[in-house]
Design a protein around this ligand. Structure first.
Ligand code: C2E
Ligand code: MG
Ligand code: MG
Ligand code: MG
Length: 291
């Protein structure tokens, strides 16, 4: 225990925990207030296939703060997995994102939507019901165009319970992505067993692969394994043209990152597709010389 290490340590350690707890409380209050005042919204970030088609928009939660402007989970992320809030926020995000997808399809767009699921909501006994009821927002849009992003760490947690939930989700016809792959040390055998169509390689490795041989190795071997297992791969955190080319050289992968598009409000998506969406067609292919 902390005392055994001497008073010095304990006195540093305890306040640090208190600070973290206070911050979590503040985050929670911020999210509750924002929900009540209608200040929660979603940004959307495109995911583009290897041949340049816009496959999906990932929904990313934001709060419109009167003082601080539009803020993201870096500020209030702790609240997203708070036991008392995870389900409330999770249901709101699901309903909002699916309604938005229905609106886009009414305007003739054909891409899908990806929704981040908090581990706490995933393991709530009402999760599958929550997903099923949100599906009513879709109208005629095919259910398979809705992808749920489950973090690798959550997928590795209570494996039995998670397996049952993912099976039920697959039965409803949704698709499943493993988010932040590589962070949770999932074995490749486990990847083989997971009912996930998509693997998203964590951006820390993607960014690291330019300077670290180890990170490069992790990305290359994860991509190779996922390709052999027939999974779709998304390379996250593609921040510049150079990373784009390196990522494309890994094989048939989809791309997501600031270099392609920053997350944007729903209203900006149609204009982005108009002005920039087509730019991602006819990009240099993987077989083109890199250097
Ligand atoms: P994530 O699902 O891995 O989402 C990717 C994050 O990376 C997003 O941050 C996105 O804005 C950011 N990003 C995208 N491209 C780049 C890039 O090229 N460079 C860099 N540096 N960053 C990039 P954001 O929106 O702050 O979200 C952070 C995390 O919060 C998400 O990570 C996800 O785990 C969680 N999150 C976001 N929205 C939701 C939500 O609606 N529900 C839940 N439960 N979690 C959410
Ligand atoms: Mg995600
Ligand atoms: Mg991710
Ligand atoms: Mg991440």
């Amino acid at each position: 225990d902390a005392k055994a290490h001497g008073g010095d340590r304990a006195s540093v350690f305890v306040p640090a925990m208190e600070v973290a707890a206070r911050r979590a409380d503040e985050a929670r209050t911020m999210v509750v207030v924002a929900l009540e005042r209608g200040r929660v919204s979603l940004d959307y970030q495109p995911i583009v296939s290897a041949d340049g088609a816009v496959e999906a928009m990932e929904a990313l939660i934001r709060i419109d703060d009167p003082d601080r402007g539009r803020i993201g989970p870096a500020v209030f992320g702790a609240a997203l997995d708070h036991p008392a809030l995870a389900r409330r926020v999770g249901r709101w995000v699901l309903e909002e994102a699916l309604a938005q997808l229905a609106t886009w399809h009414e305007s003739g767009f054909t891409f899908g939507v990806s929704v981040n699921i908090s581990p706490q909501h995933l393991l709530d006994p009402r999760f599958v019901d929550d997903v099923a009821s949100a599906l009513e927002r879709l109208g005629p849009v095919p259910t398979r165009l809705v992808e749920l992003e489950i973090t690798e760490t959550a997928a590795l947690g209570d494996t039995r319970a998670v397996d049952d939930v993912l099976e039920a989700i697959a039965e409803l016809g949704l698709t499943i992505a493993i988010d932040d792959f590589g962070v949770g040390h999932a074995s490749l055998r486990y990847l083989r067993e997971l009912p996930a169509q998509t693997v998203k390689i964590d951006q820390s490795f993607v960014r690291g692969m330019l300077t670290s041989a180890a990170d490069f190795g992790i990305v290359v071997s994860s991509v190779q394994a996922a390709l052999f297992l027939g999974r779709r791969i998304v390379i996250e955190g593609v921040e510049d043209a150079y990373l784009e080319r390196v990522a494309r050289s890994l094989g048939e992968v989809s791309l997501q990152g600031f270099h392609l598009a920053r997350p944007m409000p729903a209203e900006a998506v149609a204009r982005w597709l108009d002005l920039e969406g087509s730019r991602w067609h006819d990009r240099p292919r993987a077989e083109d010389p890199l250097f």
